[in-house]
Every structure is written in structure tokens, then in C-alpha cells.
Design a binder for this molecule. Structure first.
Ligand code: GAP
Length: 567
């Protein structure tokens, strides 16, 4: 993945959004080559789904969405992810992405501060008779306190063991010092000895009553648990926490701990993924609108209008390509999980009895599509989503998954959504969304099968699929490593690169430009006359040339030959 991400940046496929300001997590900008690749994908989807079919029409809906739409669809109440936070670092995770872990759980009951309180510190200073007389607001410093303590021990010849750096040992040192001062009173100093004694008593020191758990996995040291707990209590205001262990127990297959540091996670809370904004000058509840979390809802909401204007009969579909927004808890794996992304969605309406059959049909159509854009079938997997994972209204869902370098992940969902969405909108809007069948004279709410694909995920799959490394000769004929993106010609951002052999040979340049003029109206053409020819080739290889085969063709045959190969 690292090589792919670097190549994407270096050659202008994909950049981090707002990069010069440190980047915006979950948002990406497509560069000159990326935008071509993305357009080729979207155009081909549109061609196959809309232009080449009689039974599908397109639409382009607004991103800003009335809250009522998303209330009716169930998104306002239910479009949530379970979210957990690390109690130590506040890092946020999706609960279902936490790996199952085993090990030993250390439970800490509470912690108290081993640092002397201000009153105890003041007494220490008097007892040590330092030249610097105690100042009321002197910042408490542990090393000052210890050196004062050690000085008292030495001066009074007390038998108190010197402390180490551990909070427990520092606490024992001060507690022992207090006891010894009581046993060996010094005339005139009793008052300060008492003050130290009570200033260092447990009730006078800071305490944190929160309990905290840490997971220690096999082969990790136990001291890690204590250090993690100390860090936890330090975050809660203790400067030198003495942690109190309650229990230590083996545990198997838990998701309650941060996989990175073993710290306990909060219980899962529902986090709504929708992004909202406000229309108009006043940002209040009444002006709130959402950025759509999927393109599908505008299709359902416009179902009746489109049915009327297109005069389609069931089964028929409405297709849309456009942006969608989700406030993902953990955007990751490059563009795979973003907060702003594009979807290519088809809502294919049908009679209830056709639903299951059309679900199979669309799954097969979609697999064929991926084949046609050069995604190898062996890397695609169809997952029949089990009942317990499916939306309650869906009677069947397939996930089409791809073997990305970071694992097998969803590219597209093909779902039979029954009549749920149209029913919800009919009920909430009080407008009929029924279909009237001329032949049977029946009126009913159509069912829908929805193939919903991610543009960005498919672009990423195309790049991962195309990426390869091999050996090729350089200018001097020596073999060297070469990176090649073997895109399907249909998807390749540039279809043809034209290089005159030499820049200063007029007839070559004239001819090359003539060919550019011939091809440019029909395809994306790249012209380059500068630098060594070998290097110009190699730069092109990296973004999309695979074989180095040479063929001679007549200029007059070129357009037809290239067009055929691209199609
Ligand atoms: N209308 C149905 C729907 O939106 P989904 O499974 O939530 O279903 C469909 O999304 C597709 O949209 C996914 O298969 C994926 O390709 C893409 N997608 C969803 N969330 C995404 C995200 N955060 N980043 C990139 N693509 C995403």
C-alpha cells in the first residue's frame, strides 16, 4: 500500500486534501491522472447502466437534504456506528473494528498521589533548615521534596531507606520519614513535625477513585500494566500516582481494550455518521440540513416525478452518481474509508415477486462490470450477507468484495430493499408513491433492488489491480526495475502518448503534432518532445503502459486501431 500511495502522489493520481495545511482527515483530492481515471470509471458505469439500457434513466440530486427525508429513511435515528474511546488516549475506534484479544486483565481500583501536598512541602523545608525559606506559592517539585527529605534523614540520623524513582517507594519514604520524626522529636520543631505528618496523610493527598483496567498480552511484561495505569491516573490530575491493584485475571477473546496500548475502552456508544450544516444566517435547529449520506434517498423521493416523466413500466431503474458524506469514526486505508466520497447507485424498481430473482440478476451484472474494467475475477468475492448483519428490511444482500493489499473489503453492496424506502416516504410525506399497473389495474408500492458501488473504492481497486513491478532495459540497454500500472485500456487515464524521436527535427515534430490533432478529438492524448526518448517512455510506463511491443501502422489506420483497442 505504501508504494501505491507514494506512486499516487508522485504521479498525480491522488493527494491528501488541504495538504499544505497539514491535511484534512478523510478527504482526498484527485490530481490530473486521478480525475481522468475516475471519470472513465463513472462514464463507463453510466454507459452500461443508463445509456445501453432501455429500462434505466438517470438523475442528479441535491447533496443538501431536508431532515424530513432522512428522518423517514431512518438515518436520523439509526445511521450510527458503535464507537468506543480509549480511556487513556481518547483515541476513537469503531467498536466492530477492534480485534479480538486475549491475555491478562489488571484491574486497578484507584490511585493516590505520592507527591507531598503544599502543606507537607512547607514543613519539609522548615525541618531541613534550608537557606531558601519556604515560599507559599513555590511550585511543588518532586526532586526538591526528596532532597529536602534526604537532608532531614541525614541531619537527624534517621533510619529511613532512600527512595527510588517509583511512586510506591517515594510514598514509603515520606511515610517512614513522618513516623521517624514522631519517634525522634526535636525540641522546638514539634510543630513542623506534626504539620509534615498531617500534610502527608492520605486524606490530605490527591486521590482518584476511578477504576481502570489494562490488558497485558502474552509476551508483554507485567510492568506495562502498572505504567499504563500510572499514565491513566496522571491524566486525571495525580502527579505521582500510587496505583492500587484490585485483581489480575486471565481473559480470552475480548474487544474491551485498545489494541495499541492495552488500555480499557469505554462501552460502545451510538455515533450518528451524518454531517450536518445550516442554511441561511441563523444556525439553529430549524435551519439544519444534512449532507446526504447516500445518493439513494433523492431517487426514492423523486420516484413519482421520474415515473411520470419517463413513462417507464416496471421493472425499471433510476441511476445516480454523486457525492455522499459520512462522518466516519476512523477514516483509513487511503481512500477506502473516507468522509467525503462518491457513489454510483441504481435503484431498480420491480414487482414484489421479482425481487429475489433481480437480486441475482444484478449481482451477476455487476460482476461482469468489474470484469469489463479489468478487475480480475479471482480477486473478487461475493459475500451473502447473513440475516443478523442485514438491514431488517432487506430480504437479501450481497457484498462484492475485493482483495485489497490491506485485506478483503467491500467494493459494492447489492441489496434487495423490498418496499421499505418508498413506504417510509409515502407515510411520512403523505404523498402517494404508488405505481399503477395499466394491465392488471393494480396499485401498489414497488419493491427495489439496489446495486450501490463506491467510486473511490473502485478507483483504488483499479490502481491496486494495475500496479506491478518488472524489469525493463534502460537507455543503455541495461535491465532495471520498472513500475508499471497495467490499466485496462478502457480505464487508462491517457490512451495515447505521442513522442517525436527528436525535438529539433522539424519533420518529426510536424508529423507528431499532426497525429496529436488526429487523435485528440477522440481520446486523451499526451504529447511530449523533451528529453531522451527512453526516459519519456519510462515515465509513461509508470502510469499506464505495460507491453513494450512495437508495431508499425499507417497514420490513416491509427484512429481506428486505437479506438478498437480501447473499447
Ligand atoms: N445506498 C446504500 C448504501 O449506501 P453502503 O454499503 O453504505 O450502502 C455503498 O454504501 C457503497 O458506498 C459501499 O459499498 C462503498 O463502496 C461506498 N462507501 C460507503 N462508505 C464509504 C466510505 N466511507 N468511503 C468510501 N466509500 C464508501
Amino acid at each position: 500500500m505504501e508504494k501505491i500511495v507514494n506512486l499516487c502522489k508522485r504521479r498525480g493520481f491522488i493527494f491528501q486534501a488541504s495538504e499544505i495545511y497539514g491535511g484534512l482527515n478523510g478527504a482526498w483530492d484527485y490530481g490530473p491522472l486521478g480525475v481522468e481515471l475516475k471519470r472513465n470509471l463513472k462514464n463507463y458505469w453510466w454507459r452500461v447502466i443508463v445509456h445501453e439500457r432501455d429500462d434505466v434513466v438517470g438523475m442528479d440530486g441535491a447533496i443538501l437534504t431536508h431532515p424530513a427525508v432522512l428522518k423517514a429513511s431512518g438515518h436520523v435515528q439509526g445511521f450510527t456506528d458503535p464507537m468506543v474511546d480509549c480511556r487513556l488516549t481518547n483515541q476513537r475506534f469503531k467498536a466492530d473494528q477492534i480485534p479480538w484479544q486475549s491475555g491478562t486483565v489488571f484491574t486497578y481500583e484507584f490511585a493516590r498521589d505520592a507527591m507531598p501536598s503544599a502543606a507537607a512541602f512547607e514543613a519539609l523545608a522548615y525541618l531541613a533548615e534550608t537557606e531558601a525559606q519556604p515560599q507559599i506559592n513555590k511550585k511543588l517539585d518532586l526532586s526538591d521534596s526528596i532532597s529536602l527529605g534526604l537532608r532531614i534523614v541525614e541531619r537527624r540520623r534517621l533510619s529511613v531507606p532512600a527512595p527510588t524513582k517509583e511512586p510506591e517507594s517515594i510514598e514509603s519514604f515520606f511515610l517512614a520519614l513522618g513516623t521517624e520524626l514522631v519517634r525522634n522529636p526535636q525540641p522546638g520543631w514539634e510543630e513542623w513535625e506534626n504539620r509534615f505528618q498531617s500534610g502527608y496523610s492520605v486524606p490530605e493527598r490527591a486521590l482518584c477513585g476511578d477504576s481502570f483496567r489494562v490488558l497485558v498480552r502474552a509476551r508483554e511484561s507485567e510492568s506495562k500494566a502498572r505504567k499504563t495505569a500510572q499514565a491513566f491516573y496522571q491524566k486525571r490530575g495525580l502527579r505521582l500516582p500510587v496505583v492500587i491493584l484490585q485483581s489480575k485475571q486471565p481473559i480470552e477473546n475480548t474487544r474491551d481494550f485498545n489494541p495499541e496500548n492495552g488500555a480499557e475502552l469505554t462501552p460502545p456508544r451510538a455515533f450518528n455518521l451524518m454531517l450536518e450544516t445550516h442554511l441561511g444566517a441563523v444556525a439553529d435547529e430549524a435551519s439544519k440540513v444534512y449532507l446526504r449520506p447516500e445518493t439513494a434517498q433523492s431517487i426514492f423521493v423523486q420516484f413519482k416525478n421520474i415515473l411520470e416523466v419517463s413513462r417507464k413500466k416496471l421493472p425499471f431503474g433510476i441511476a445516480q452518481i454523486g457525492k455522499a458524506f459520512r462522518n466516519e469514526i476512523n477514516p483509513r486505508n487511503f481512500t477506502f474509508r473516507s468522509r467525503e466520497f462518491e457513489q454510483m447507485e441504481l435503484e431498480y424498481f420491480c414487482r414484489p415477486e421479482q425481487g429475489m430473482e433481480l437480486l441475482e440478476y444484478w449481482k451477476e451484472e455487476r460482476l461482469k462490470f468489474y470484469d469489463d474494467i479489468g478487475i480480475s475475477r479471482s480477486k473478487l468475492h461475493v459475500r451473502n450477507v447473513p440475516d443478523e448483519e442485514r438491514a431488517f428490511y432487506s430480504k437479501g444482500t450481497y457484498d462484492i468484495e475485493y482483495d485489497f493489499p490491506f485485506g478483503r473489503q467491500e467494493l459494492e453492496g447489492v441489496a434487495y430493499r423490498t418496499d421499505y424506502d418508498l413506504k417510509q416516504h409515502q407515510h411520512a410525506s403523505d404523498k402517494s408513491l404508488e405505481y399503477f399497473d395499466d394491465e392488471t389495474k393494480e396499485k401498489f408500492i414497488p419493491h427495489v433492488v439496489e446495486p450501490s458501488a463506491g467510486v473511490d473504492r473502485t478507483v483504488l481497486a483499479l490502481i491496486c489491480e494495475a500496479y506491478s513491478e518488472d524489469q525493463a532495459p534502460n537507455d543503455k540497454g541495461e535491465m532495471e526495475a520498472r513500475t508499471v500500472l497495467r490499466f485496462h485500456p478502457r480505464m487508462a487515464p491517457i490512451k495515447c502518448a505521442i513522442f517525436p524521436l527528436l525535438k529539433n527535427k522539424e519533420p518529426l515534430v510536424v508529423k507528431a503534432k499532426e497525429i496529436v490533432g488526429l487523435l485528440r478529438p477522440h481520446m486523451t492524448v499526451f504529447y511530449d518532445e523533451s528529453g531522451a526518448i527512453g526516459r519519456r517512455y519510462r515515465r509513461q510506463d509508470e502510469i499506464e503502459r505495460d507491453s513494450m511491443k512495437q508495431e508499425r501502422v499507417k497514420t490513416s489506420d491509427l484512429l481506428q486501431l486505437l479506438s478498437m483497442r480501447i473499447a
